[in-house]
Each structure stands twice: as structure tokens, then as C-alpha cells.
Write a protein of this length. Structure first.
Lengths: 334, 287, 254
């Protein structure tokens, strides 16, 4: 990272840490925490969508699987929160593996249609199997995450920091993945599946890996959601949540690390401040998606990165010895 | 016997509606290679326009249906020219995202105007028809009759008229078609218009025995996609046959197996078939 | 090096490739020519694993590789370029090449999670390889240019570089000089000779006759999926069946 990027990141982190103290009231802290949770889910979706190029429309379904794992086990069986949290990620990953193996042999359109149906199946099962999931009544009074040591998580501010910590962790892990050779194979698949195969990349194995990682992210975000909002309904699995995340990713920057986070925060606050728009936000979101995809498909962070890379390329060609520093910089652009 | 006949009639009714919706979808996907996720929204808008024309403007059911077909045809053509046509060189991902954006906009728009509650469209002939000792609600017979009539009309149009054969030519060989001077723009407009009209008519036919609400297109569109993937992209017989199969499977499945999970039948079928044949049952050669 | 025997591919009722038998010798430049629709790209697709042969055998260095997937073929040393090269336009030229060497590395997902020493060594190796191949194709100066901003000829060279990064034994070039002017074509031909000198076998499909005639050691001619001739450029030029197949159409093209 360039010193400028490092500085920017530090400033953002500092801002996030200080936020609860400058926020006008608890409600704003609540909204920001919710934005962070959706950001984690969006970062996961971005891996399979932005980096690997497959439009998975079942993402909200996997988030619901994670959330319901927590909800059912804590409320109906008295399990401790953190045990259910881990299980949420595992279950979402297992279902993701099954769905991925079935669906990733399909190309582009078929894959998206298939996942749209998978998402709907998940929703339907949650709604109908009310013996297990409480159906349309939903699960309420989900306990907040159990305290760790002296810190309790049943009020707004500690919850904010908990969610923020998870956001940082998920970004850190994702940055490891996307900046590595593995990340490069995802991008290669997005550019051209045929070309990727001639480079020795096993399509199925790589795509399934990306898919499973993204569903684990969704499941864990869902688990956080359950412990934070403390109420669940089958609606969580509906495709319009996936569409929301799609909007976050597109605006923030598809295929970039921070894009989904930026998009999640920006759009959550936008809908909050335009409260009257809440019910009709799709009247704005809808055309927004269309215009974005037609005229500004890279999103904010993507646009910034491209400009930056162009500026770096315009600089005089480096001699051999200086090259390592330059390509370090180029490395982060992917 | 009567019960079986009811289920059979149900299956035929459902199948007809699905077939009409799938027909529109398969034309657009087969010829223009655009998976129009917003097709379900077009269906929904059709119902609402018909409802508006019948209730608020006081028009006759059939006139309202024609009006709805015209209105949705226009929306469909606009969405093609303003959106999909502009994205023809973009990666396939963008098509799908734009369609989703359109779908969200239409649903929200309808909700803004008419609210989220359920509405009812009055059937033109609420009577029950009695034949031999079988009873059938008239509306179902109308749906089946109208659907089959439309399919025959469409078939005649595509095979007997000049305009229709240009559409078929485009479906078979895009480049070849443009080389012989077929205007791709005209074909796009016509295809979208037909698909929109079919969706609107299907919705208006089905509305009297169902309810009208903003999300009514969601399930239908997914099933329509299942149908065209199973029946073959761009295949008209495939869409009709597939629609019937799903319609019957759901009707009998709902009654004899489980009402709760009947919607899963179509998707379970999709999962099953695509797991064994990822290219669909009838992969299109021209691609 | 590479041998195909009675290779056939049928799509439904149509035979795209019919009973083609040919040998591609190590260290030689082999060309496959033929009129449009002759089945050349299908032939490449068969050899590189994108299509399963309906019948016939493919042998690579004595080993039967019939029906192997493309990524397996790549691991065994078959490199390939396509008529259009899809690069990651938002990344630099060098960045695009790094993934080329990945198949020769061993890092697993856990190495990625822990940022292990093995992963870092693998990434250094891939980066070094990317620099090496970029230099080989003569494009070291544009290492940091955005892939979106390079010319068509540079794109073709990058495609070569990408194939070279996989450490191939044989490279299949599909119309390497497509869309490139005569001067640049000569440059690409020299690059191909350079590749062969460094020990790689080349097999290419091309329509530019001047380039083929001066470049190729051996030529295989396909027409309607069948091999109608095989031999040195001189032999092919004089072969009446070849002239008939082309009917003079392509001679002027190059």
C-alpha cells in the first residue's frame, strides 16, 4: 500500500473507533452496526460475484441459514451464543458446498437462475417447516452474544465494537485471499474461464472454493445479525436482500476490497436519512442499479483504483532494481 | 372422478398461464440472449393495468386486457431500447443486473401507486359451467381457451407471416439474418412487444382466480425460467410443453402430496435435471 | 512430441474433425491451415482438452492424454492462446502475467490463510516468472501500463507471454497475428522463432500465407475436417488439392 492509502485507512479506522462518542444518539450507532453486518455479508458476496464473476442470487438465503442456526439453537435449545456462531458458519459452508457443486457447472445465466431458485427454496423451507424454524411467526428474544471476559454485549456501544472487530477481521482475511495467488485465479476465471483453464486452473474446484468462502461469510454475518437484531423472520432469506447487497457492491466498487463496505455504509445511511424513502427506496435503487451498470460499472473504489493505476503507469519506467516496490503497489490494485 | 377432473382442469389452467409467460420469456432469451429477470414484473404490471382499467376507468374485462397488453408491450420495448440494447456489448453480468434493477423499479412503482395490499379483479363470467356431471368455473375454461387460441395465433404469425419468419431467422442464425438484410432492431422491438403482451394477457387471465399484489410476479418468473431451461431456450413447443408439465405437476402435487411445498416442485425438477444435464434438456445448437 | 491418431469430433450429425492423423515434432514450428470452417480451431480445442474427441487418440510425449481436461493438459505442458485475449483491463500488464505460473506452485488454501513462507516463495516465483516472460516477448518497458491501454500487437505478445509463463513444452497459437499489420506480423514471427530456439514446440493456426510459408517447418492442411495434405511449405504450395481447397481466396489475404 502507498503511504497515502495507509494513512487513509488509519484515518477511517480511527473515525470508526471514535464514532460512538460523536454519534448524536444510540439509534445512529445501531444503524452503523447494522451497516457493518451487511458489509460483512456484502464482502462475502463480492468474492464470488466481483472477483470470480458469478452472480449468486442465493446469498441472502445463506445469511438466513446462519441466522436461523443461531436463533433456533439459542432460543429453542439453550446453546451458548458463540458455539452457535461457529456452527452457523460451518452449516452455511456445508450448504454452500452442496449448492456450489450442483450449480457451478452451469454457465453465467443458468447459474444465476439456478441460485435464484435455490434462494427461494431456502426461503420456502424456512417459512413452511415451522416445527423447526417457527415459520412466519419468526424467532424472537434471541440472546445477545455472550460476554467475553469482563465485556458484556447486551448494549449498543459494546455491540458496535464487536461488530466492527468482526468487520476488520473479515476484511483482513478477505485481503489475504484476494491479494494472493488464489485471488488471482479467481480474477482469471472472471476474465475468461477458458483462458483460466489453459493456465492450469481447475475451474470447478476454484469456483466452489470461492462460493463456499462467500457462503461462510454470509452465514457468519447472519449469525451476527441474529445476535444483534434479536428477531428473525423467513423474509431474511428473500432475494431482495441479495439485491440490496448487489447495490452496495456496485456502488462501492465491484471486485474491490473496500467497495462493498463503502457501498453498505453509504446506502444504509442514505436510506436512513431519507426515511420517507424507506418503502419506496427501490424506485430509486432500481434505476440506480441500471444506470450504474450502464455508465459506471466500476463503482467508486474501482474508479479511484483505475485512476491511480493510470497515474502510476504514466510515471517513468522503473529500472530493474526499483521494480519490487512498484509491483508491490500494483499488487494491491487487483 | 369429479375431484380428479378438478385437478386436471387446475393443471391445465396453471399450465396455460405458465406456458404464456414462458413463451414470452423464451422468445426474448432464445432470440436476443437476454435473461429478462424483469419479465415477472411485466406480468405483474399487466395485472395492475388491467385492474386499473377495469375498476377505475370502468372498461370491459376484454378491453382492459387489450389495454394491459398494449401498455406492457410498450414498457417492454422501452426497456429493450433504453437498457438492454445499450448493454449488448457488455459482459452478461450487466444484463442480469440491469434486469434486476428494472424489476425492483417496477415493483416499487406499482406499490407506490396502488399500495401493497391485495386486490381482486372481477371475472367477466363468474358462473360455473356444468357439463355431463362435471363442474368447471367458467374463468378456468376461458383461461385455457384464450391461452390455446393465443398459442395458435402466435404459431401462425411466426410461420405464415413475413414479420414472423424474420424472428425465426434471427433465432436460428443471427449473423446470417442480418446479412440477408433482416433488421435486427425491428425484430428486437417485435420480440419484446410480443413477450410483454403475452405476459400481460396471462396475468389478466389469471387475476380473477388469484389475487393481485406487487410480488405476484416473483414466483411466476422463476418457474418460467425453469420451464424454458427445461424446455429449451427459444423453443416454443418446449415452453408450452414445459408449462403444462409444471402446471400439472403442481396441481396434482398440491392436492395429492402437499399444498405447502407445491412451489418447490418446479425448482426441485430444475435441480434434478440440471444436475445431470448442465446444458438443459434441449441445448440450443445455434449459439 | 504430440501425436494425434484418427482424431474425430462429431457435433450431433456434423463432423467438425474427421479421422485426422498427424505428428508434431519436438522443436519444430508446425502450422495448421485451411479455408474457413475447416475445423482448425476445433482441432486445437481437441488437443488442448476443451472438447472430448468422439474417437481417436492424442499422445503427448508418448503418454495418452485423450480426453483430459484443459487444466490437466496445461499441467502436462500444453500452452495455448486464443483468437481474442481476455485480460484484466484494470490491472497492469505485469499483474496480468503473474497468475500464469500458478500451476507450477504448491501452495494450498491454508498457506493463503496463514501467509506462510511457502506462499510468499510461490508468489515471488510467479512474479519473477512474469518478469522473465515479459522480458522475453520484449515488453518489459510497459510492465506497469494498464492492460486496457495497450495496442493489439502488444496484446498478442502478452498472450504469448501468458502461455510461456506456464512453462509449456508445446504452445498452440490460434491466429497469433490476427488484426496485426505486416510489419508487426514479422515481429511476431521472429518472436515465434525465438520461442522455438528456447526449446518450445510451436503449433499455430494462421491465415496469413506469407507468414506461414516463411515460418513453418511443417504444414498440415485441413478442409471440411479432414487432413488433405501435409508437408514442407514448398510441398504444400505446389499441392493441387490445397490450391483447389482454397481456390486462391486466401493467397491475397496476408
Amino acid at each position: 500500500m502507498t503511504p497515502l492509502q495507509k494513512g487513509l485507512l488509519a484515518a477511517l479506522a480511527a473515525g470508526a473507533l471514535v464514532f460512538p462518542f460523536v454519534a448524536a444518539n444510540d439509534y445512529y450507532i445501531y444503524v452503523m452496526s447494522l451497516a457493518y453486518i451487511m458489509a460483512i455479508a456484502a464482502v462475502g458476496l463480492n468474492l464470488i460475484l466481483g472477483y470470480t464473476g458469478q452472480l449468486n442470487l442465493a446469498h441472502a438465503g445463506f445469511m438466513a441459514i446462519g441466522a436461523y442456526t443461531v436463533g433456533i439453537l439459542t432460543v429453542d435449545y439453550g446453546w451458548p451464543y458463540w458455539a452457535t456462531f461457529v456452527l452457523a458458519g460451518i452449516l452455511a459452508g456445508v450448504f454452500g458446498l452442496a449448492a456450489g457443486l450442483l450449480s457451478l457447472r452451469l454457465k453465467t445465466h443458468y447459474f444465476s437462475i439456478f441460485t435464484l431458485c435455490v434462494g427461494f427454496i431456502i426461503y420456502l423451507i424456512i417459512e413452511k417447516a415451522d416445527g423447526l424454524t417457527h415459520g412466519t411467526v419468526g424467532i424472537s428474544a434471541i440472546p445477545a452474544p455472550t460476554g467475553i471476559g469482563p465485556v458484556q454485549f447486551n448494549s449498543t456501544v459494546p455491540q458496535y465494537y464487536l461488530v466492527f472487530a468482526f468487520l476488520c477481521l473479515s476484511l483482513f482475511v478477505m485481503s489475504r485471499i484476494v491479494n494472493s495467488l488464489l485471488g488471482r485465479s479467481f480474477v482469471a476465471i472472471r476474465n475468461s474461464e477458458e483462458l483460466a483453464e489453459t493456465l492450469g486452473i481447475n475451474l470447478m474446484r476454484t469456483k466452489v472454493l470461492a462460493f463456499v468462502i462467500s457462503t461462510i461469510y454470509a452465514g457468519l454475518a447472519g449469525a451476527l445479525y441474529a445476535g444483534f437484531v434479536r428477531f428473525l423472520g423467513p423474509d431474511l432469506a428473500r432475494e431482495h436482500h441479495t439485491f440490496d447487497m448487489l447495490a452496495f457492491i456496485l456502488i462501492g466498487g465491484i471486485g474491490t476490497l473496500f467497495g462493498p463496505v463503502l457501498g453498505a455504509i453509504l446506502l444504509t445511511w442514505l436510506t436512513q436519512s431519507l426515511q420517507f424513502l424507506e418503502d419506496y427506496r427501490m424506485i430509486v435503487f432500481g434505476p440506480l442499479l441500471i444506470l450504474l451498470v450502464m455508465y459506471f460499472p466500476q463503482g467508486i473504489v474501482g474508479f479511484y483504483r483505475t485512476q491511480q493505476a493510470r497515474r502510476a503507469a504514466a510515471a517513468p519506467a522503473p529500472e530493474r532494481s526499483a521494480r519490487p516496490a512498484r509491483v508491490e503497489e500494483a499488487r494491491v490494485n487487483a | 372422478m369429479n375431484i380428479f377432473f378438478q385437478q386436471f382442469l387446475n393443471g391445465l389452467t396453471l399450465g396455460s398461464v405458465y406456458a404464456l409467460v414462458a413463451l414470452g420469456l423464451t422468445l426474448v432469451y432464445g432470440i436476443l440472449h437476454i435473461p429478462n429477470f424483469a419479465h415477472g414484473a411485466l406480468y405483474m404490471v399487466g395485472a395492475y393495468v388491467a385492474f386499473f382499467l377495469a375498476r377505475s376507468v370502468g372498461l370491459n374485462y376484454w378491453v382492459a386486457m387489450a389495454g394491459a397488453a398494449a401498455a406492457v408491450a410498450v414498457i417492454a420495448v422501452l426497456s429493450d431500447r433504453l437498457i438492454f440494447h445499450q448493454l449488448r456489448h457488455a459482459p452478461p453480468l450487466h444484463d442480469m443486473i440491469a434486469a434486476i434493477g428494472l424489476l425492483l423499479f417496477l415493483e416499487a412503482g406499482v406499490q407506490a401507486i396502488w399500495g401493497a395490499e391485495f386486490h381482486r379483479l372481477q371475472p367477466p363470467y363468474p358462473q360455473i359451467v356444468r357439463m355431463f356431471d362435471l363442474i368447471a368455473p367458467a374463468q378456468r375454461l376461458i383461461i385455457i381457451g384464450a391461452a390455446f387460441g393465443l398459442m395458435i395465433l402466435l404459431h401462425l404469425f411466426l410461420t405464415r407471416t413475413m414479420m414472423g419468419s424474420t424472428i425465426i431467422a434471427m433465432a436460428q442464425n443471427r449473423d446470417g439474418a442480418s446479412l440477408v438484410g433482416i433488421d435486427a432492431t425491428k425484430v428486437s422491438i417485435l420480440t419484446f412487444a410480443i413477450s410483454g403482451a403475452l405476459a400481460a394477457i396471462a396475468a389478466t387471465l389469471f387475476a380473477p382466480i388469484n389475487l393481485i399484489y406487487p410480488a405476484m410476479g416473483n414466483l411466476v418468473i422463476m418457474k418460467a425460467f425453469v420451464i424454458i431451461i427445461l424446455g429449451g431456450m427459444g423453443s416454443i413447443p418446449g415452453a408450452i410443453l414445459g408449462g403444462m408439465v409444471i402446471g400439472f405437476a403442481e396441481s396434482f402435487g398440491a392436492f395429492y402430496v402437499s399444498t405447502d411445498y407445491k412451489d418447490i416442485i418446479a425448482f426441485a425438477l430444475l435441480v434434478l435435471i440440471l444436475s445431470f444435464r448442465p446444458q438443459g434438456l434441449f441445448p440450443s445448437g445455434a449459439r | 512430441m504430440l501425436e494425434v491418431r484418427s482424431l474425430t469430433k462429431r457435433f450431433g450429425g456434423l463432423s467438425a474433425v474427421k479421422e485426422v492423423t498427424a505428428t508434431f515434432e519436438t522443436g519444430r514450428i508446425n502450422a495448421i491451415i485451411g479455408p474457413n470452417g475447416a475445423g482448425k480451431t476445433t482441432f486445437f480445442n481437441l488437443i488442448s482438452g476443451f472438447h472430448r474427441p468422439t474417437s481417436g487418440r492424442i499422445t503427448l510425449e508418448g503418454r495418452d492424454v485423450t480426453g483430459l481436461r484443459p487444466d490437466r493438459m496445461a499441467a502436462l505442458g500444453v500452452g495455448r492462446t486464443f483468437q481474442t485475449t481476455s485480460l484484466f483491463d484494470q490491472a497492469t500488464v505485469l499483474d496480468n502475467l503473474i497468475v500464469g505460473h500458478k500451476l507450477r506452485t504448491q501452495s494450498t488454501f491454508w498457506d493463503v490463510m496463514t501467509n506462510s513462507a511457502r506462499l510468499r516463495a510461490d508468489e515471488r516465483a510467479c512474479r519473477a516468472k512474469a518478469e522473465e516472460v515479459l522480458d522475453f516477448v520484449g515488453l518489459a518497458p510497459i510492465a506497469n501500463r494498464l492492460a486496457a491501454d495497450i495496442s493489439q500487437e502488444e496484446r498478442k505478445r502478452i498472450a504469448f507471454a501468458l502461455a510461456l509463463a506456464t512453462d509449456p513444452k508445446i504452445v498452440l497459437l490460434d491466429e497469433p497475428a490476427g488484426g496485426v499489420n505486416p510489419e508487426e506480423t514479422v515481429g511476431l514471427a521472429n518472436l515465434i522463432r525465438k520461442m522455438v530456439r528456447s526449446g518450445i514446440t510451436v503449433c499455430l493456426i494462421e491465415h496469413k500465407m506469407d507468414m506461414i510459408m516463411s515460418l513453418a517447418d511443417r504444414i498440415v492442411v485441413l478442409d471440411h475436417g479432414e487432413k488433405i495434405a501435409e508437408g514442407t511449405p514448398a510441398q504444400i504450395r505446389a499441392n493441387p488439392k490445397v490450391i483447389e481447397a482454397y481456390l486462391g481466396a486466401d493467397y491475397a489475404a496476408a
